[in-house]
Design a binder for this molecule. Structure first.
Ligand code: ADP
Ligand code: ADP
Length: 240
């Protein structure tokens, strides 16, 4: 059984009354794909192709108008499988926008640990320290606020929060796209290490072919809501 399976997923925004006045806009059309545990799917496409919409659907934030999304064989929109929320996490492009500026790094990372795992204060402390080490920061950084970090450092905090609940899958939504070249390389390296040591799977949403190449095991191209290519390597992608 695949970790993640999309079956004929289609989506459009807006309600019926709105659509009566406006031409129906299909954002995703008949998208089917599977993702195996521990692998990274590079999801490439132009701006507006529907990549982020697909990401939101995988996070359970947007219910597709048609089709099914199965995680470990279970429909993620079934009431019974709400448990998947701790197993699928996300890292966004703009880490400064993604975090509450009034919380310390420790509070930001603790949020999913408290919500999903209900850790005791002692266990929480130990877990937070361990997570900081895993993302290449120090325990003393836990008391700092977002504006005391650089963009690259804050992205590490967001990655620590994303791996905190031991998820199986992380959606990387343009997660390295606004970093400078050095930080991009360092964060890609960190993501590759975490994938290997934790057995993580990624859906790496990006328009950055080089970044996709650095991390992905497989590549798909989304164009105007449709999957138009599925490549085992970017060599075959560039030859296509
Ligand atoms: P990408 O991530 O590839 O840039 P998106 O999924 O963000 O693509 O957007 C795909 C299409 O859906 C675009 O035409 C966009 O304008 C539209 N869209 C995205 N989010 C919404 C929304 N919340 N309401 C209405 N239309 C949206
Ligand atoms: P790096 O390239 O090391 O990631 P950045 O260029 O992102 O560093 O950031 C340099 C400095 O500017 C950092 O010390 C950070 O605190 C600050 N900074 C960057 N972006 C923001 C932002 N959106 N809001 C507040 N401070 C920021």
């Amino acid at each position: 059984m695949s970790l993640l399976q999309l079956e004929h997923v289609s989506h459009r925004y807006g309600n019926q009354r709105f659509l009566a006045r406006q031409a129906e806009q299909t954002v995703l059309q008949d998208v089917s794909l599977t993702l195996e545990a521990g692998t990274c799917l590079g999801l490439l496409g132009r701006s507006g192709a529907g990549k982020s919409t697909l990401g939101r659907i995988l996070l359970g934030l947007e219910r597709p108008k048609a089709g099914r999304v199965l995680f470990n064989g279970q429909d993620i929109y079934d009431a019974a499988s709400k448990d998947f929320r701790k197993d699928i996490q996300v890292v966004f492009q703009d880490s400064f926008a993604a975090v509450n500026p009034k919380l310390t790094a420790g509070q930001i990372i603790a949020e999913p640990l408290t919500n999903f795992l209900g850790l005791s204060p002692d266990a929480l402390d130990e877990r937070l320290g361990g997570l900081m080490t895993q993302v290449g920061l120090s325990k003393t950084d836990l008391t700092k606020y977002p504006n005391q970090f650089s963009g690259g450092q804050l992205q590490r905090i967001c990655i620590a929060r994303a791996i905190a609940t031991n998820p199986k899958l992380i959606i990387l939504d343009e997660a390295v796209s606004s970093l400078d070249m050095v930080n991009k390389a360092l964060i890609l390296d960190l993501l590759r290490n975490l994938k290997e040591t934790l057995g993580l799977a990624y859906v790496f949403i990006t328009h950055d072919v080089q970044a996709a190449q650095a991390l992905s095991d497989r590549f798909m191209i989304l164009d105007q809501g449709q999957l138009v290519g599925d490549y085992p390597t970017l060599r075959s992608f560039s030859e296509a």
